[in-house]
Design a protein around this ligand. Structure first.
Ligand code: HEC
Length: 292
């Protein structure tokens, strides 16, 4: 009898919870059929033609400085000396950390270097890692490989992002090319796509409420841009927040929209990272980038 009551109770609680979720977890519809490559997004934003082709990109395309957001600085050489910002110091820090961690070559091997070479590694992350039995982004793997050597390099920390930035710089100019065609990566992409459209928080906004429906609008002093090509220039140097990993950026967007931020490396952020990385396929790695 007792057991039955408990069972009934758990069931109801479960149902109530599911119902609550169904109401609360509103979707921002329609869920766009994003393609995991750079084609197919023309309907999402009128900005794409301005920055889709790096070779043709010229900041003056925007017409005037007010319209600069159309380029979103994706691949854009700004009209000032871009070699003077903290991202370059972070790169140096990342290099020296990497070298001390990789004295015996174990760190590079753990990261997935092919015959000791790290060139192109950035363009293949996130990937499914057999040893971790899950899909993981580069920063998560940096943390994992450091801890295998007894070092703490927490995902989201300055040092972790600095190493990530250094590794990205070794793939400078190479196109992102993650494979989301099948298996756990496909599943992560699909979950990420759903999450991108799932409303939450005080404003009941989904990522797409801003990054798809309101591209070009001014929010907190920045113009909202499309989700295409972003990952290729992460981690980014933020003039007010210093070095920012992609997961920290998502925490900031969550905070801005009144949503409880998650921990860097959480499953949901990783799924979103896979989704966003697939939308950066074909975009060349471009670091260190700077944002205000
Ligand atoms: C309230 C509106 C809003 C919401 C909701 C929002 N963002 Fe943002 N996001 C911004 C603004 C504003 C920026 C800075 C301008 C830009 O680069 O688009 C930004 C920037 C970004 C960037 C960096 C773009 C770049 O080129 O550097 C990423 C990546 C991003 N958001 C992802 C997300 C994800 C994932 C979600 C959902 C978890 C989300 N955003 C939800 C407003 C929002």
């Amino acid at each position: 009898m007792k057991i039955r009551i408990i069972l009934l109770f758990t069931l109801c609680a479960g149902l109530a919870c599911a119902q609550e979720n169904a109401v609360y977890r509103d979707m921002d519809l329609p869920v766009e059929q994003y393609e995991p490559h750079v084609r197919g997004d023309m309907t999402l934003s009128k900005t794409y033609p301005y920055w889709k082709d790096r070779n043709k990109l010229d900041w003056r395309l925007a017409g005037n400085p007010e319209e600069n957001w159309k380029l979103n600085w994706k691949f854009m050489d700004p009209p000032f000396n871009n070699t003077v910002h903290g991202g370059h110091f972070a790169l140096d820090r990342g290099e020296s950390l990497y070298k001390s961690l990789n004295r015996d070559g174990r760190f590079a091997a753990c990261l997935g270097a092919t015959s000791g070479r790290l060139k192109g590694l950035r363009t293949r992350y996130p990937m499914y890692r057999k040893d971790l039995r899950r899909v993981a982004g580069l920063e998560a793997v940096i943390e994992h490989c450091a801890s295998a050597q007894g070092e703490v390099l927490q995902h989201g920390s300055y040092d972790n992002s600095a190493v990530s930035l250094y590794l990205a710089s070794l793939s400078q100019g190479m196109p992102m090319r993650i494979d989301v065609s099948k298996g756990p990566m496909r599943e992560a992409f699909e979950r990420g796509r759903q999450l991108f459209h799932t409303k939450a928080g005080r404003l009941n906004f989904a990522c797409s409420s801003c990054h798809t429906r309101n591209v070009g609008q001014l929010v907190r002093g920045s113009h909202i841009t499309t989700p295409y090509g972003d990952v290729a220039h992460y981690p980014v140097y933020r003039t007010q927040y210093r070095l920012q990993s992609l997961h920290l950026r998502m925490m900031e967007c969550n905070l801005d929209a009144g949503v409880q931020p998650l921990m860097p490396g959480s499953q949901s952020y990783t799924d979103l990272e896979v989704f966003l990385s697939a939308l950066s396929n074909g975009y060349t790695v471009s670091v260190p980038a700077e944002r205000n």
